[in-house]
Ligand binder design. Sequence first.
Ligand code: FAD
Length: 382
Amino acid sequence: MVRQSDDVIVDGAGPAGVTLAYELAKRGIRVLLLEKEKLPRHKCCAGGITRKAVKLLDFDISEVVEDVVYEISITSDLRSPYLRQHGQPLIYTVMRDVFDHFLVKKAQQRGAVLIDGQNVRRIQMSGDWVEVSTADNTLRSRLVAGADGTYSVVARELGMGRSIEYGAAIGSEIVVPEDELARWKSRAQMELVCIPGGYAWVFPKRNHLSIGVGCLASRAKHLNRLHQEFLNSLGTSDYSISRFSSHLIPTCTKGRLVWQDKALLLGDAARLADPLTGEGIHNSILSAQLAVPVIENSLVHANAKLEDYQEAVEEKIMSELRIARVLSKFFIRFPHLAFGMLNRSDATWRAGCALMSGELKYADIKGKAGRFKGIVNRLFRT
Ligand SMILES: Cc1cc2nc3c(=O)[nH]c(=O)nc-3n(C[C@H](O)[C@H](O)[C@H](O)COP(=O)(O)OP(=O)(O)OC[C@H]3O[C@@H](n4cnc5c(N)ncnc54)[C@H](O)[C@@H]3O)c2cc1C
């Protein structure tokens, strides 16, 4: 058994955990990052990083960007493609194994220590310390951060593991001929109608297309078949599937706790993915950044409370997720109307772009709905 004392142990080297490790190490806090897999590791994800997520980072990510999306083809029931363009990047596409490993190296450069291949199994509060046990080690720290994703062991160990709502999604990597791939350069596709309770997407990558489907977990029974139908609809006859995987996307409901005792939860472990889009990377990074001043204060001033993190997450993230959930219910119920709003109204399209760019928050939407103001106002009255 090895024992070691750090200020903070971070469990999980996804965007949430690595951002926390990077920011804490930058401030001279001793941080140990534990990761279950050997890095770089695959993560089931479309790898779309919105411009608002990129803006949160204080370093350039262009060396790991596969493509930059400026236009989105929006379809309804696999028909009526409507091409919408924007003058600024909307989404940067990445491969998650490469992107996450790039973030890890940034954190290591700042002084964070990584031990990969360490599956955290147990968390125990012991006086002023937290004990974190893997198969090989028991490690000690003053605080622990659970950034270990959807099936968070930290959340489970603290009795905070249950989530009320999940999205379910399939992500696949499709290799197509070069001329076909070139057609998708800088262009994504969103199909808003054919997936009950969700949507389908195509994201361009350097050597393949990322194609996926996602919906409420409660409606995911036919997701495999719908994925195949969506793939067939793209008119790509000569293709091979190089990877196919599926995963849950956890979203929280009102009042969900994100801290307890000497532990905090971040990103998917805290169930902070957007219920409307399934985007999780932005809130993973943001939750880590909100945790930093709270952790710093708590380590320096013995009386500082981790519950300040709860307040920050409620204010900056959960308030937004509440509105996203209302919108998501509307989109699920009236997908044709949602399609019409996006392709016929410039104001709605511009609002969507501003949301992806971080120039607008969900809370600002009411003022930007153009001729759909009546619908939006009615939605938020309920
Ligand atoms: C099909 C699909 C497509 C998606 N597409 C997008 C997209 O385009 N854009 C977007 O923003 N979001 C997308 N998401 C959501 C996004 O992938 C997640 O929200 C995001 O990865 C959450 O980051 P995280 O750091 O919280 O957790 P994760 O990225 O899941 O990282 C958690 C880490 O913890 C490690 N871990 C787990 N358990 C343990 C343990 N016991 N001990 C040690 N380590 C552990 C894991 O190996 C992993 O490295 C998608 C999700 C799916 C399923």
